[in-house]
Design a protein around this ligand. Structure first.
Ligand code: ZN
Length: 426
């Protein structure tokens, strides 16, 4: 090779390397996604901000503000005519269950007719429906056969199924018999399919450890449906869960059972339909959340109750919601829908509960906060989800009308992003 050839070769090499580095730089710059938001819900203040830009990198929010500069190579999503919100959260779902419409007595027969694999398939289906409807985080709270949801979570992680981020309770821990009734002695332990019997602090400790072993990252107890838990039972669960950073949440209606739950240090009461003002005040003092599962008339009626009783229960819950709001008890949104209404899918049935929130005349901004920032606090992810701010996960949804004017507008989500990935854009 003579000098001329050497120089030519060197120039070609330099040009090639420059080209590669240019391609590399451009591809690096192109990694950011930019959302132009006409309106953006600030879940901290409950207010809508106008004309905001969100810059997203590697699934997380890099910057939010007005008139932000970004690269021409960034991917721009135009939501300038939409209302943009943090992804919604439902803190009480049962994705693998669907009980028969208006036939409560058939519930135990599910343990015989539905396998865990069937339940996992249904759960994956409902998980995708939830995500597509804007729920980017859920708390799956049991009644899922033999840990069916643990497999759904694995499938979502593998990319085999689409679904929200799932907080998972495993089997429900309850006093002897779970939530079954009228089971004959020959079928004792039929309920082991969905419940763990725990009747002493030691049994509680073991039940919590078992659930964690099989994938739970939140602990759910039932108290007061039959027997109720003493203060030391609740404390045993809370202490054991705390060792691995988990929170305890308890299905309980009111009275002494609820008092033990609050004083025992549980993070939340699920349902709490019979909570009086004293207990709601005690919850406020202790920082216990209420996940009210605020059924509408239609949701009660689906259980097979007559219309008069369904109406009176709806009225009772509207009153409890109003009192809890007035007192200032912390609340996180949770729905608990187990029975799809005829002609409606799970999400359409679930969002019937918004009628109850509306009847209680709670501000729409507050309802949205229970679905975002407050839910995140209960789930322990308040530093990474539930708010659209720098360094938070880009769990972002959009609708085409203002949900502060009518909270039921959140039924029409047209854009969903989960951890920076576009899931839906219509
Ligand atoms: Zn439930």
């Amino acid at each position: 090779m003579n000098l001329k050839q050497l120089i030519t070769k060197a120039i070609v090499n330099i040009l090639f390397l420059s080209f590669i580095s240019l391609v590399f730089t451009v591809s690096l710059q192109a990694q950011n996604t930019v959302i132009k938001a006409g309106h953006l819900f600030d879940s901290r203040t409950g207010k809508m901000l106008n004309d905001q830009t969100i810059i997203i990198k590697d699934g997380k929010i890099l910057e939010v503000g007005s008139n932000l500069k970004f690269e021409s190579t960034d991917t721009v999503i135009n939501l300038s005519k939409s209302w943009v919100l943090p992804g919604l959260m439902d803190c009480h779902v049962h994705i693998t269950s669907n009980y028969p419409y208006r036939n409560l007595l058939d519930i135990s027969s599910i343990y015989i007719t539905e396998s865990s694999s069937l339940r996992a398939l249904r759960g994956a289906f409902v998980a995708e429906q939830l995500l597509m409807s804007g729920f980017t985080t859920i708390k799956e709270i049991g009644n899922d056969a033999n840990y069916a949801t643990a497999d759904i979570i694995k499938a979502i992680r593998q990319g085999w199924a689409k679904g929200p981020t799932i907080f998972y309770a495993g089997k429900i821990i309850a006093p002897y018999g779970g939530q079954t009734f009228l089971v004959n002695i020959e079928n004792e332990h039929l309920w082991d399919f969905e419940y763990i019997d725990a009747d002493t602090p030691d049994e509680m400790k073991k039940a919590v450890r078992k659930n964690i072993y099989y994938g739970a990252n939140v602990i759910k107890l039932v108290s007061g449906d039959q027997a109720y838990y003493d203060l030391e039972d609740i404390k045993a669960a809370v202490d054991e869960a705390k060792k691995t950073g988990l929170k305890v949440t308890v299905h309980v209606m009111g009275g002494i059972a609820a008092r033990n739950v609050i004083l025992g240090g549980a993070a939340a009461i699920e349902h709490g339909f019979d909570l009086d003002d004293d207990l709601l005040r005690l919850m406020k003092e202790e920082g216990t959340f209420l996940v009210g599962t605020d059924f509408s008339f239609d949701n009660w009626y689906a259980y097979g109750l007559d219309s008069g009783y369904s109406k009176s229960l709806e009225k009772k819950i509207v009153d409890r919601l109003k009192r809890a709001y007035k007192i200032g008890t912390k609340m996180a949104f949770g729905t608990d829908i187990l029975i799809d209404m005829p002609g409606l899918n799970r999400i359409q049935t679930t969002l019937k509960v918004l009628q109850t929130w509306k009847a209680a005349e709670l501000p729409s901004s507050y309802v949205l906060q229970t679905m975002t920032i407050y839910a995140a606090e209960l789930l322990g992810v308040e530093k990474s989800r539930g708010v659209l701010e720098q360094s938070y996960w880009a769990d972002i949804i959009a609708i085409k009308s203002n949900p502060l004017e009518d909270i039921e507008d959140i039924k029409n989500v047209h854009f969903v992003m989960k951890e920076g990935k576009i899931i839906k854009h219509e």
